[in-house]
Design a protein around this ligand. Structure first.
Ligand code: ZN
Length: 324
């Protein structure tokens, strides 16, 4: 039996598991803090240690671990395994040949991929994208990432860079973005943007659950708190999600015009808001998009949660191993 290791390198946590890429089952799930502020070498050491633990845990008769897939929060060059951009992780990651470094230490083939591209692959194969041959996935968390499947093919573009929806322009001449552009979606609809809107509402003295949930400690307001307040019926928090959904809807409308997917999947922490987020997205799309048969497009939430990225990274390792 062939198994693959899937790793998800997150800004906060480093997760890993062994995956059966035939069934989507995962085993021996592990998690530890990334502690990225300790620097690149410490993080690499932790990744290697995690892989070794999983290799030990998965050492069973008739079961061979073939390769490791690692989802990273940025853009690795998928052909060379070199990190090209890792904006949300402190340290000097630019041009680090992460794939080769880890491969040498664990003596297994290692394939890198953007973390949301991994989620897309996982959800398409075993989750909310099952059965559809053209799919778009957006994950809304610390940043906004994406992935695309076109006509039954996982579409990666040059070096794996297709699906950077967080950097779609939604405000011409808008705020400057870390990517070097201006007015990118990520600045208006990501977790930190939502948190900033929540802070502003509390600072303006508005009566909202957002403040109550953190005992008016502004430092503790994050997107999760705003989503929670919205789910508890707070109108101000719901208003924030309405604004965020509108920006997402503008970007999704643009994506529909290019890809014309059967299904659009929303993943990431902010998607826990469910309908409170989906409704304004779909409403904005309906108002603006008239050249795509919208009745044939499904807007759905991701199904696999954290496991989506782990399974997706393992599937990526398999795809690479099989030479596809
Ligand atoms: Zn940008």
């Amino acid at each position: 039996m062939n198994r693959y290791i899937g790793i998800d390198l997150g800004g906060t946590n480093l997760r890993g598991a062994i995956a059966d890429t035939e069934t989507g089952q995962i085993f021996h799930k592990r998690k530890c803090p990334t502690l990225a502020t300790e620097g690149l070498e410490a993080v690499i050491k932790r990744i290697v240690q995690l892989i070794r633990e999983l290799m030990d845990a998965g050492a069973e008769p008739d079961c061979e671990i073939k390769a490791v897939g690692i989802g990273v929060p940025g853009t690795p060059d998928i052909d060379t395994g070199v990190i090209k951009l890792l904006p949300n992780l402190p340290g000097k990651w630019l041009d680090v040949p992460l794939g080769a470094i880890i491969e040498e230490q664990v003596q297994l083939p290692v394939a890198l991929i953007n973390d949301v591209r991994a989620i897309t692959l996982g959800e398409w194969t075993f989750g909310a994208g099952r059965g559809a041959d053209t799919v778009v996935c957006l994950a809304i968390g610390t940043g906004i990432g994406g992935g695309v499947v076109v006509n039954g093919q996982f579409h990666l573009g040059i070096g794996g860079t297709a699906g950077e929806f967080g950097h779609h322009v939604v405000e011409v001449d808008g705020l400057p973005c870390g990517c070097g552009g201006k007015g990118c979606l990520e600045l208006y609809a990501s977790g930190p943007a939502i948190a900033a809107m929540g802070v502003k509402e509390v600072m303006h003295g508005h009566t909202t659950r957002i403040g109550d949930l953190v005992n008016h400690d502004l430092n503790r307001i994050d997107a999760g708190i705003v989503v929670q307040a919205a789910l508890e019926g707070d109108l101000i928090a719901q208003g924030i999600l309405q604004r965020v959904g509108r920006y997402l809807g503008i970007a999704v409308g643009n994506i529909l015009g290019v890809v014309s997917p059967q299904r659009v999947i929303f993943a990431g922490g902010v998607s826990h808001a469910g309908d409170l987020l989906l409704r304004p997205v779909v409403q904005t799309v309906q108002e603006r998009v008239h050249v795509i048969p919208l009745q044939k497009v499904e807007f759905v939430l991701a199904e696999l949660g954290i496991n989506g990225g782990l399974i997706g990274a393992a599937l990526w390792a398999k795809l690479r191993c099989d030479g596809q």
